[in-house]
Design a protein around this ligand. Structure first.
Ligand SMILES: *[C@@H]1O[C@H](CO)[C@@H](O)[C@H](O)[C@H]1NC(C)=O
Ligand SMILES: [Ca+2]
Length: 454
């Protein structure tokens, strides 16, 4: 602040001196010169005081010129590291003005410095003196000052442009850095994204391929199976599924009896697809037979018959089979019993040895249930007693059945044509017609229970 104030004072005094110049010419000049020099000296003292720190840091080489009494201004920044040095012998003491060009911010000082310089130059060029020594000194001063001014100006321009350049450079660097990091981010993002996308895409493609492959396999298997099913139906349900709707006798090839056999198919009752394994209708076939006959079957498929326990086993051992029993009395009244689950020998390692045990469950119908009490019972014929009676129920009731002790139904009993005096030895369904009424018609039939019931 001190320094700045001095510069201001100096500028003002210069302007004052300028206005006085025309009147007091010669005296004014010398006064002016000495005032300038004095001011410079004051400024120098102040500057020297203010820049003691600089002086401590950068030792200043004092210029000593013995015998020369005129002030010397030199601009030699390289030697001293200073922009300008003013030396004058005052009472034998050299005074120096030192300006450090490395000073970080001289922009404001430059402005004042230039103002002082131009003011001095103006004063000096206007100064007209006859004293040639003085004139030479003034000219020298002017030249030095011009050079100084040039230096200062260049320095200032340089500093300004450097500062600007630095700022711009900083900005650009910042911009570049952020741009670079953004690009890196985008690149890594897009890279990982593309990688992820590609991985997901290939995964999807692979799973799609697998899916297509398995679908193709499934399709070929299905078509092969449907061809096989059409050619080799497992039961009447398969035959119906292949488009047949006519009741009649057909060949079936159960999964566990691939040689196949002939069966009667009921394609009309309750949606059809029923495989018939027992029929009574006229008493034309003797049903009072032994074990082998009941194991292998007998009768006429289109008429009265028993399909055979082994075949019934083949048709039901996989489970999931339903049973329907249709019946009518001699007044042409009809009834039926339906069981949602039916099988013979399903849980047996050797079904024949085990006696083809009956599994039956889930009654519905109009005839009432006369079979559930027989569930779990083994088959008994007149020559093979496997019932829970001390007698042979088959022999006693003239039939063959899954007797317990002994029965609630006896559909393989004697064909006694309606009501009879004997007890329970006819074709009986006790829940519908009691134990002394032999039915006119019975038909036992099975089909896969997966078929929707109506
Ligand atoms: C039962 O139906 C048959 C034929 O459908 C007929 O011949 C017979 O007379 C009928 N019986 C009775 C008791 O109505
Ligand atoms: Ca017995």
């Amino acid at each position: 602040m001190m320094l700045n104030d001095r510069w201001t004072i100096m500028n003002n005094s210069s302007s004052e001196l300028d206005s006085k110049r025309p009147n007091t010419h010669k005296r004014c000049c010398s006064v002016l010169l000495w005032s300038v020099v004095t001011l410079v000296v004051i400024a120098a003292v102040v500057t020297a005081t203010a820049t003691i720190l600089y002086l401590n840091q950068y030792p200043l080489p004092f210029i000593s010129r013995g015998g020369v009494s005129s002030p010397v201004i030199s601009t030699n920044p390289k030697d001293s590291g200073a922009l300008v040095t003013v030396s004058r012998v005052v009472d034998g003491e050299p005074i120096s003005i030192f300006l450090d060009p490395n000073c970080p911010d001289f922009s404001e000082h430059f402005v004042r410095w230039e103002a002082l310089q131009s003011s001095l130059l103006r004063t000096l060029s206007n100064h007209n003196t006859d004293d040639w020594q003085e004139r030479g000194l003034v000219q020298k001063l002017a030249e030095e000052l011009k050079v100084l001014a040039g230096h200062a100006h260049n320095l200032r321009l340089e500093a300004d442009s450097l500062k600007r350049g630095q700022g711009v450079l900083d900005q650009r660097l910042d911009g570049l850095q952020s741009e670079q990091s953004r690009i890196i981010q985008v690149l890594s993002d897009s890279h990982s994204g593309v990688v992820k996308l590609a991985a997901g895409f290939s995964d999807s493609l692979l799973s799609l391929q697998r899916e297509t492959e398995s679908l193709r396999r499934l399709k070929s298997e299905l078509s092969r199976e449907s061809t096989l099913t059409a050619l080799r139906p497992r039961d009447c349900s398969d035959i119906q599924a292949s488009g047949v709707s006519q009741d009649g006798v057909y060949s079936v090839f159960p999964t566990h009896d691939p040689d196949g056999f002939m069966v009667y198919c009921d394609m009309s009752t309750d949606g059809g697809g029923w495989t018939v394994f027992q029929r009574r209708e006229d008493g034309s076939v003797n049903f009072f037979r032994g074990w082998d006959a009941y194991r292998d079957g007998f009768g006429t498929t289109t008429g009265e018959h028993w399909l055979g326990l082994q075949r019934i086993y083949s048709l039901t051992r996989s489970g999931g089979v339903e049973l329907r029993i249709d019946m009518s009395d001699f007044d042409n009244a009809t009834a039926f019993a339906h069981y949602s689950d039916f099988s013979v020998g399903r849980d047996s390692v050797n079904p024949e040895e085990d006696g083809y045990p009956l599994v039956v469950d889930g009654y519905s119908g109009t005839a009432g249930d006369s079979l559930l009490k027989h569930s779990g019972m083994r088959f008994t014929t007149k020559d093979r007693d496997q019932d829970q009676s001390e007698n042979n129920c088959a022999a006693y009731y003239q039939g063959a059945w899954w007797y317990r002790n002994c029965h609630t139904s006896n559909l393989n009993g004697q064909y006694l044509r309606g009501g009879h005096a004997s007890y329970a030895d006819g074709v009986e369904w006790s829940s519908w017609t009691g134990w002394q009424y032999s039915l006119q018609f019975t038909e036992m039939k099975i089909r896969p229970s997966t078929k929707p019931m109506s």
